[in-house]
Design a protein around this ligand. Structure first.
Ligand code: ZN
Length: 181
């Protein structure tokens, strides 16, 4: 359930069968989140929220609801762009250099541009749609090279370098951008 609160914006209410009391926390999207015992009514949940306003205000770093909405919107737009581009670009570059991966996953974690798992799934951050194409390609080639080397060894970098001669410059330039939204 979501409570639309005048002060805190959208408050996520999670009914937790194991919870014995009400707990307030911040969700990954920056929203206020309350975990309540399973049989708590919506009416009671709202009452808990009202009686804890001061404590919440003092202790929890809730993002401004307007800012949240703007970020949600930006994420949606980026996800749409990413869906229409990244899986195809990955496929193109993999075919070009003879790589075989099993799946492409789109993520929006705040810390990494991409990853390659041992079951050959390649994850790409939708934030890549905000960086110049040449850096985007570098990230994809970097993850593809991990299909053959699950580390950052010399032979890994040699393989990256064989597809992208300027990989060192690209790696550096990428640091000017952040994958988070
Ligand atoms: Zn890597």
């Amino acid at each position: 359930m979501v409570i639309n609160d005048k002060e805190f914006g959208e408050v996520i209410v999670r009914k937790n069968p194991l919870a014995r009391s009400v707990k307030f926390s911040i969700s990954t999207s920056g929203r206020l989140q309350m975990s309540v015992p399973k049989y708590t009514s919506d009416f009671l949940a709202k009452r808990f929220l009202n009686s804890n306003r001061n404590a919440i205000r003092e202790k929890l770093p809730i993002k401004d609801p307007g800012e949240q909405r703007a970020r949600d919107y930006q994420k949606k737009v980026l996800m749409k762009k990413a869906r229409e581009y990244l899986p195809y670009r990955l496929e193109y570059l993999a075919n070009l250099y003879g790589y075989k991966y099993t799946k492409c996953r789109l993520t929006h974690a705040n810390t990494r541009w991409g990853s390659c798992s041992s079951n050959k799934t390649i994850s790409l951050n939708i934030g890549l749609m905000k960086v110049p194409e040449v850096l985007r390609d570098y990230v994809i080639l970097h993850e593809l090279a991990h299909l053959n080397h699950m580390d950052h060894s010399k032979s890994f970098w040699a393989e990256v370098g064989s597809h992208d001669k300027n990989y060192k410059v690209h790696e550096k330039k990428l640091k000017h951008f952040s994958p988070g939204i």
